[in-house]
Write a protein that binds this ligand. Structure first.
Ligand code: PGA
Length: 251
């Protein structure tokens, strides 16, 4: 029941088109022999150039968000059709920065997820606790709720293409990684929640990434854990040598 690892970059609000071009050109030869799925989630304005440059390579392109509505009066939003038309394959949903700064809730995560799945995009759904929640021993309660509400009403068939990213908020961009044991414990817990919602067989197929200061130095140890199936990489995805070392963690 081997799950293929998936390493995804999350560029966040970085990389002009010129910078994106240079990064992707540098990255392509460095990751071409990867045994994992390789994805770069890029700003909307970089998607078309990224899809063109990655064509014929093993790098897939994702967006960092998607609207829940199909179309209409939603100023500033980008629809799933618009993303699919450009050749976008993946999309991050519910990143903690969206939750923290842009009012994202479990309900909007769920709505975006359903729309993304309906349009054939492969979602990367993010969950994670804050430092305060961890210190108050609320990690499992918080994560269970995010997973249950985020995935509410998703069919087992659709669930097969959903990827979960466990990203403790206190580890994002802080240089503080969760220990491999902490990450494994919570990811295993998430797999258990999915098993209860669906069934164990399906839960064992779902890929669950770790995210939060994953880098060339800690990737091996994290990826050695049995339930960690990849990474969602912020800072270390912005430099070709760093991201390629994460991708090639098993080389
Ligand atoms: P980081 O970001 O690797 O810079 O901590 C990860 C993320 O937010 O997805």
């Amino acid at each position: 029941m081997a799950r293929k690892p998936i390493i995804a970059g999350n560029w966040k609000m970085n990389m002009t088109r010129a910078e994106a071009t240079a990064l992707i050109e540098a990255l392509k030869p460095l990751v071409k022999d990867a045994t994992s799925d390789v994805v770069i989630c890029v700003p909307y304005t970089d998607i078309d150039v990224a899809v063109k440059l990655c064509a014929g390579s093993n790098i897939k392109v994702g967006a960092e968000n998607v609207a829940w509505a199909e179309k209409g009066a939603f100023t500033g939003e980008i629809s799933a059709d618009m993303l699919a038309e450009l050749g976008t394959e993946y999309v991050i949903i519910g990143h903690s920065e969206r939750r923290q700064y842009f009012g994202e809730t479990d309900a909007t995560v769920n709505a975006r997820l359903k729309t993304a799945l309906g349009k054939g995009l492969k979602p990367i759904v993010c969950v994670g606790e804050t430092l305060d929640q961890r210190e108050k021993n609320r990690t499992k309660t918080v994560i269970r709720k995010q997973v249950q509400l985020g995935l509410e009403g998703i069919s087992a068939e659709d669930m097969a293409s959903v990827i979960i990213a466990y990203e403790p908020v206190w580890a994002i961009g802080t240089g503080k990684t969760a220990t491999s044991e902490q990450a494994e414990e919570t990811i295993k817990f998430i797999r258990g929640v999915i098993a209860k919602m669906f069934d164990r067989k399906l839960a064992n197929k779902v890929r669950i990434q770790y995210g939060g200061s994953m880098n060339p130095k800690n990737v091996k140890e994290l990826m050695a854990m049995p339930d960690i199936d990849g990474g969602l990489i912020g800072g270390a995805s912005l430099k070709a040598p760093d991201f390629s070392q994460v991708v090639n963690f098993d080389k």
